[in-house]
Design a protein around this ligand. Sequence first.
Ligand SMILES: NC(=O)c1ccc[n+]([C@@H]2O[C@H](COP(=O)([O-])OP(=O)(O)OC[C@H]3O[C@@H](n4cnc5c(N)ncnc54)[C@H](OP(=O)(O)O)[C@@H]3O)[C@@H](O)[C@H]2O)c1
Length: 223
Amino acid sequence: MTATVLIGATGLIGQNVASRLSDDRFAPTWLLTRRPLTPPLPHQRVRVLDFAELENQTLDLELSDGILICTLGTTLRRAGSKDAFVAVDRDLVSQVAHWARDRGVRHCLAVSSVGANADSRNLYLRTKGQAEQELIALNFPRLTVLRPSMLLGERSEFRLLERLGTPVLRALTPIFSGPLRRYRPVQAAKVASILVHQAASASGPVIDIWESDRISRWQPDTD
Ligand SMILES: NC(=O)c1ccc[n+]([C@@H]2O[C@H](COP(=O)([O-])OP(=O)(O)OC[C@H]3O[C@@H](n4cnc5c(N)ncnc54)[C@H](OP(=O)(O)O)[C@@H]3O)[C@@H](O)[C@H]2O)c1
């Protein structure tokens, strides 16, 4: 049976995705992580691995016609340097996608960011834009990229800016209208729901890029 693979299952969006992959169509679901994790659902399996060695790992997965959901990412602070940040948010994303494409995955879904732009002078936005370009160049039969604005949700890790900013942003949500609408913060759970909803749909555009205002507007019964 062909598999669904989730990479980033220990993260804020990834945890929300894993708990929503309950549909039989996603079985078996493999959560590939770098640290142990209790899978939220019975048909899910966890494989802990060194991602730098992904190509050389013998994983007993049938990925032909399968699904890859990638919610990988780090922050400049966690990564420790610009190069280390780019190594995860662009290079590791690309490496994982290559690995999946070479094994026949038909639908790749990935999380990028509002404002992603390969030509941006901002490192974060440029890295996200370059990662998107690398995904597009892989020519998956179907590629879905979400560009959320700032995420709301409970995370175990302490992030000062998010912790300070979340209540403020939540209170200010009504002012994010007109041209500012794209910066309206979004629940990580909603981003996860869209990923799972799109993964479950049998067809869709070959390349589907979700801008943040489309993410904000989305309701389960509107798509
Ligand atoms: N936070 C925001 O406001 C925001 C806004 C827009 C877009 N985004 C983007 O959305 C995506 C998901 O965000 P998130 O907040 O859910 O991320 P997150 O909570 O930081 O989770 C990131 C995931 O990536 C994994 N990861 C990071 N570095 C890794 C490495 N070297 N090897 C293997 N796994 C690695 C983490 O594993 P460990 O748990 O083992 O570290 C974790 O599972 C990211 O690409 C992020 O840039 C975030």
